[in-house]
Design a protein around this ligand. Structure first.
Ligand code: FE
Length: 197
């Protein structure tokens, strides 16, 4: 069975006005779909066909000859994780166990925000900012291009796409405004809470 583009967890206009339907038509409908299509083409009739997406990411990450497969497989996974990292009327300060854990590991929610903004703004070129759990502690990390914490010991909790295709239609080159919008209006803290369990 070839991979299929996973369904979005909300309608394509559900994140507007922060992220427009136009952006989701391109970012989900074209970019994410292209990673799925490319991956299916690259693994067809190889020993990777039939393996899970996570297995393909781990195998191809360890084999320089499979960089094209890694890039597409990881981008399929990263984007699905990104869609779930947002929700309509999300963002702002979390509550409950997530807030307590953030305050324990970053000192305050404001410190987390500063670190996450810094990670997103300083990822040169294309990549991702992440909230991960590593050795029992929350950490902010960033990765370039298709790189993903899945190939490390850190457990991803949420991510923000900082490739230009994530924000250019809505924010042009203003990546910092997109990052502020993501934090203030879009983060799905319920998803983070589920991943922390
Ligand atoms: Fe993207």
């Amino acid at each position: 069975m070839p991979f299929e583009l996973p369904a979005l967890p909300y309608d394509r206009n559900a994140l507007a006005p922060h992220i427009s339907e136009n952006t989701l038509n391109y970012h989900y409908g074209k970019h994410h779909q292209a990673y799925v299509t490319n991956l299916n083409n690259l693994i067809a009739s190889t020993d990777l066909e039939g393996k899970s997406l996570e297995e393909i990411i781990k195998i191809s990450a360890a084999d320089k000859g499979k960089a094209g497969i890694f890039n597409n497989a990881a981008q399929v996974w990263n984007h699905t994780f990104y869609w779930h990292s947002m929700k309509p009327n999300g963002g702002g300060k979390p509550t409950g166990a997530v807030l307590a854990k953030i305050e324990a590991d970053f000192g305050s929610y404001e410190n987390f925000v500063a670190e996450f903004k810094q990670a997103g703004a300083t990822q040169f070129g294309s990549g991702w900012a992440w909230l991960v759990l590593e050795d029992g502690k929350l950490k902010v990390t960033k990765t370039g291009n298709a790189e993903t914490p899945l190939t490390t010991s850190a457990k991803p909790l949420m991510t923000m796409d900082v490739w230009e295709h994530a924000y250019y239609l809505d924010f042009q080159n203003a990546r910092p405004t997109y990052i502020d919008t993501f934090l203030n209006h879009l983060v799905n803290w319920d998803f983070v809470a589920e991943n922390l369990k």
